[in-house]
Design a protein around this ligand. Structure first.
Ligand SMILES: Nc1ncnc2c1ncn2[C@@H]1O[C@H](COP(=O)(O)OP(=O)(O)OP(=O)(O)O)[C@@H](O)[C@H]1O
Ligand SMILES: [Mg+2]
Ligand SMILES: [Mg+2]
Length: 484
């Protein structure tokens, strides 16, 4: 695809800067340069890098196509229609008066990466179902709505995740993954464009609804904090998420950063340097977090001293505070190993981006996939299988939700473990399966009894699983034994 001149559209010109007005205030990354450099050279390099980053985003297909966007909009529209008819049915089942059945309504509010406009074609749609008080979660949501969705031809792989902090239904709709949590409000009629930041709507709601609404509130607050140049913020975040994925440090279940963590970190930098170019924002981001004095929490709003004290008390290694009220943490399962990996990646990216005059600079190097087989000589393979594809997802989802414990067991024995979040399929096996390969560093003990590790992990896995468990095998591989 041809890359348009950066000044040809209002959005693109926003990502780079005009020639500097004088006297000039240099952006903060310039302090890294030992000798004075002419500002115009800095600005030209900065703009060039911003342009090549935009080109890189296009090459990587980071922005979904118009057709993909249209498909997502249609999915949301259909979901809204489904919950509208569902709430009427529930109102009727609850024997509400006829006029109330007629006037009642429920809606869908999107949040997460889709709500922020930073999704890509692999992202799920996080869609909150908001309904009136009379529709219960246990029966009306998890049974009645579940059954309605299950009957739809567009829906596949539907399952309920009831035990999560934010209980939800997860399924695919027309091939797009949907996370559907639930919130009940003290209303009979939930307007489609309901303003969830209005305290009026948050009166007397139950705890689960409060937690479920948190994602939508956080998204809205973040957009309030970055009111101008939203497109630039979105591009910054898209790039950073791709970087984290490529470098193997994206994925909350594996102890890495999730979308919400990346969002708050990016917003922290964006708030302070909203006038900077896309390149400068990325440089400053890496500079900021390469040297961040963890466990000092990253806080978006001023005046959150109380929260900071609480943050230190929770002993989180990388505390990141959500901009909602009451201030809460982004939950994370960061361990000592993943903490080390994330910090190392911040530092690597900072070292690669810091020199604006670097002649051979290309973004591809910054985004290069993490070379696991070169870095680690040993791996633990976690092989999960199930006789049928449909239930494999549930089984894998369950085991993944317990991965932090496995990571901690391995860390205890091995000292360090790098849980590569990528899911592979072992093509040599006939049964539906998923395999993970986690990097191990040579440790004080040359021998690891993987059978013991498995035994310990199985106790954790077996506790609370409602379905029929699948197979799980752990083995140690050399780098040379990794599949291509
Ligand atoms: N660990 C967490 N702590 C607090 N809120 C979370 C956490 N994980 C998810 N959420 C909420 O759920 C939303 C959706 O999470 P999800 O895991 O789908 O990530 P995402 O930001 O949408 O990125 P992706 O593109 O990978 O889906 C987040 O925006 C956030 O509001
Ligand atoms: Mg999401
Ligand atoms: Mg999600």
């Amino acid at each position: 695809m041809e890359f348009e001149s950066p000044t040809s559209s209002p959005i693109q010109s926003d990502f780079i800067s005009d020639p500097p007005p004088f006297p000039i205030v240099l952006p903060p990354y310039t302090v890294a340069f030992p000798s004075p450099i002419h500002p115009s050279l800095l600005f030209s390099m900065d703009n060039q890098r911003s342009i090549s980053l935009l080109q890189f985003m296009i090459n990587e297909g980071l922005v979904p196509s118009a057709e993909e966007e249209e498909k997502r909009k249609k999915v949301i529209h259909k979901l809204k229609q489904i919950v509208s008819s569902w709430i009427k049915k529930v109102a009727w089942q609850h024997q509400l008066p006829k006029h109330q059945i007629e006037s009642t309504s429920a809606t869908i509010l999107t949040y997460g990466s889709y709500g922020l406009g930073v999704h890509n074609s692999e992202s799920d749609i996080d869609a909150l179902c908001v309904a009136p008080f009379f529709a219960s979660i246990a029966e009306d949501f998890f049974v009645v709505l579940h059954d309605m969705l299950k009957k739809r031809p567009e829906v596949s792989y539907i399952h309920c995740v009831k035990s999560a902090k934010v209980p939800l239904m997860r399924f695919k709709f027309d091939g797009i993954s949907i996370d559907l949590p639930y919130a009940r409000l003290n209303l009979l009629y939930v307007p489609e464009n309901i303003d969830i930041l209005n305290p009026f709507f948050m009166r007397n709601i139950d705890d689960t609804s409060w937690k479920s609404l948190s994602g939508v509130r956080v998204n809205k607050l973040i957009l309030h904090l970055v009111p101008t140049n939203v497109e630039k913020f979105q591009s910054m975040l898209r790039c950073l998420k791709l970087w984290a994925k490529r470098r193997g440090v994206y994925g909350t279940l594996l102890g890495y950063l999730g979308g919400i963590h990346m969002t708050v970190l990016a917003a922290y930098v964006f708030q302070r340097y909203r006038g900077a170019t896309l390149n400068a924002l990325i440089m400053i981001f890496f500079q900021t977090f390469a040297f961040w004095p963890w466990p000092t929490p990253v806080v978006l709003q001023e005046g959150m001293l109380l929260t900071i004290i609480t943050a230190i008390q929770t002993r989180s290694l990388m505390p990141i505070i959500l901009p909602s009220h009451p201030y809460e943490y982004c939950q994370s399962s960061i361990t000592t190993s993943t903490f080390f990996r994330i910090k190392t990646e911040f530092l690597r990216a900072h070292n690669m981006t810091r020199d604006i005059l670097k002649p051979d600079f290309i973004w591809d190097n910054v985004f290069e996939p993490f070379p696991y087989s070169k870095v680690y000589s040993n791996f633990v393979k976690i092989y999960l299988s199930y006789p049928n594809n449909f239930a494999l997802g549930d089984w894998v989802g369950w085991v993944k939700s317990r991965f932090r414990s496995l990571l901690q067991i391995l860390e205890r024995i091995q000292g360090f473990c790098d849980p590569n979040p990528t899911e592979y399929v072992d093509s040599e096996k006939m049964e539906p399966n998923v395999a993970f390969y986690w990097g191990l560093r040579p440790c004080k003990y040359n021998f690891m009894d993987i059978g013991l590790v498995r035994g310990e992990f199985m106790k954790i896995i077996n506790y609370g699983y409602e379905g029929s468990p699948g197979r799980i095998e752990l083995s140690i591989l050399l780098a040379s034994q990794l599949p291509n």
